[in-house]
Design a protein around this ligand. Structure first.
Ligand code: IMP
Length: 427
């Protein structure tokens, strides 16, 4: 029997509201899988009575009986993961079956220390604006083949050897290069052993688990973290994260072949936001940007940083549609635009008097382009109670149809408010 494999990716610079879309889609899924990133993500899920923010656990954790997988491509901060698990346990909501890939890499305290020291060293003007969760340094170790994997936490001898080697190098870097305090072996080793015993019951093979579910005709949902424009290859390098949030990342980060993927849904906000540094062609630093930030409560779920806000950028979104081979768009936070007199959509960029439609790969070019806008009428009506596309006011439908026309793919999910039920499904 052939199951179904669907991927939900961020189509912009992250924070598109993926957690909520995954939560809605998870209802019909048997397994939910995180495949990249780490505790730099913050996926917010609103239930009737509570708000949950998951940094590492898959957003399907709130559904009893689902299998939730932390794939090999994720970098796991065990302290954070254990904290999230405990929180759910205390609330009696840990009813899903959790599997953490043995091959996932562990974010160690020295990764966080190096992340912070590197940002400081780069100084103003060259900073990336990382979340300082140790993500980049952990992926560096993975690729350098000295990383510590989840399975190592359950093997005291291997852990000791790997940790000794790593600390020898890291402490030299921390103290001699960055002038920071070295980290003690005993402290980390004991901590890591206790993480190992807490996580041992969940350790498994993500690829095997996923294929078992698919083999029984089940439905597997892959949950991307961050967004396409933060992908280390396809994003706005170097202002990116160190993993592959794109749909292709699910194959590597979970252990599934590309021909097994049935559907890719890209989550895009009805406008754009970005945290951290890097070019953002449609950024609005004046009143429109402030209105979007306040109405959309655009502050980081992980770091609390205010997000930079601007109009919907269809040049960037088209790039995202192509890179991910997206079947449809999930458009979130449409209600945030209510009350704005004019709404703009960027359909092309302009540079040196020439208009073009492709997202430039070169960061210096992206920093110079000017957005070309199509202006649309805003709306005053509250759309929070609309249940179908047809319930939406004409002007709102026009906004969505413009996105479909420029993007060339349908908008199949529409978020009209923060609650679970404020979601219009068009499939
Ligand atoms: P890092 O992933 O912490 O290394 O940060 C690299 C860049 O990605 C920075 O600009 C961060 O602000 C951004 N970033 C990382 N995770 C997220 C996320 O979940 N949402 C939005 N931006 C993120």
């Amino acid at each position: 029997m052939k199951g179904k494999a669907e991927i939900v990716v961020g189509a912009q610079w992250g924070d598109e509201g993926k957690g909520r879309i995954v939560d809605v889609m998870a209802r019909n899924a048997d397994a939910v899988v995180r495949y990249q990133g780490g505790a730099n993500a913050g996926h917010t899920v609103m239930t009737d009575d509570e708000k949950y923010i998951f940094h590492l656990l898959p957003s399907g954790m709130l559904y009893p009986g689902k299998t939730c997988v932390v794939g090999n491509g994720v970098v796991v901060d065990p302290e954070q993961l254990i904290k999230e698990l405990r929180d759910l346990q205390e609330k009696g909501k840990d009813r899903a079956r959790l599997v953490i890939s043995k091959a996932a890499h562990v974010v160690m305290p020295y990764h966080k220390a190096i992340d912070t020291a590197e940002e400081k060293f780069r100084g103003r003007g060259h900073q990336i604006g990382t979340t300082q969760r140790g993500i980049g340094p952990c992926y560096v170790d993975k690729v350098s083949r000295i990383g510590i994997r989840i399975e190592d936490l359950a093997n005291p001898q291997v852990l000791r050897e790997k940790l000794q080697l790593n600390l020898e190098i890291k402490n030299l870097v921390l103290s001699r290069v960055y002038g920071e305090t070295p980290i003690s072996f005993d402290e980390i080793y004991d901590k890591a052993l206790s993480w190992g015993s807490d996580l041992a019951p969940y350790m498994g093979d993500s690829s095997l688990v996923i294929h078992e579910v698919l083999g029984k005709g089940g439905r597997v949902l892959f949950e991307g973290a961050q967004g396409t424009l933060l992908d280390v290859d396809h994003g706005t390098y170097p202002y990116v994260t160190s993993s592959h949030p794109v749909s292709g990342g699910a194959c590597i980060g979970a252990g599934i072949g590309p021909t097994r993927i049935d559907k890719v849904i890209g989550v895009a906000k009805a406008y754009c936001t970005r945290v951290g540094e890097g070019p953002f062609p449609t950024e609005e630093t004046g009143e429109a940007g402030n209105t979007l930030r306040e109405r959309g409560y655009e502050y980081g779920a992980t770091t609390g940083r205010p997000r930079r806000c601007g109009w919907l950028d269809m040049v960037a979104l088209r790039h995202s549609i192509r890179i991910n081979d997206m079947h449809g768009i999930a458009l979130t936070k449409l209600d945030v635009l209510q009350g704005m007199k004019e709404i703009k959509i960027c359909y092309a960029y302009e540079l040196n008097g020439k208009e073009f439609q492709h997202f430039p790969t070169e960061i210096a070019t992206l920093a110079k382009v000017r957005p070309c806008y199509k202006s649309l009428r805003g709306w005053e009506e509250d759309i929070g109670d609309c249940k179908t596309f047809e319930d939406l006011p004409q002007v709102v439908r026009e906004y969505i149809e413009t996105i479909e026309e420029i993007g060339g793919v349908p908008v199949i999910i529409i978020g009209v408010g923060p609650k679970r039920e404020q979601t219009i499904l068009r499939f």
